[in-house]
Design a protein around this ligand. Structure first.
Ligand SMILES: [Zn+2]
Length: 80
């Protein structure tokens, strides 16, 4: 068997746990915490209403940013 290249050997390890409770130990995908078999290649759940857990959007990033902007504008007006 050919030895593992240094770059792969020194890569951060997958943080996922197997059914025995041990670490997966495979090299993690670059910039991710887990290996390719544990979701490292996934781009994540869909954003917005496409997500099955979406209720009303009151706590969506956009709604929160809008409230923050409105609050900052109001503060600016009150302080001036
Ligand atoms: Zn893994």
């Amino acid at each position: 068997m050919t030895p593992m290249p240094d770059q792969l050997r020194n890569a951060p390890r997958c943080q996922a746990r197997n059914r025995a409770g041990k670490s997966c130990g495979c090299p993690a995908v670059r910039g991710k915490r887990v290996c390719k078999s544990h979701g490292g290649l996934s781009t994540g759940a869909p954003k917005g209403p496409a997500n099955g857990n979406w209720k009303h959007g009151r706590h969506s990033n956009e709604a929160i940013a809008l409230r923050r902007a409105a609050s900052a504008l109001l503060k600016e007006l009150v302080d001036a």
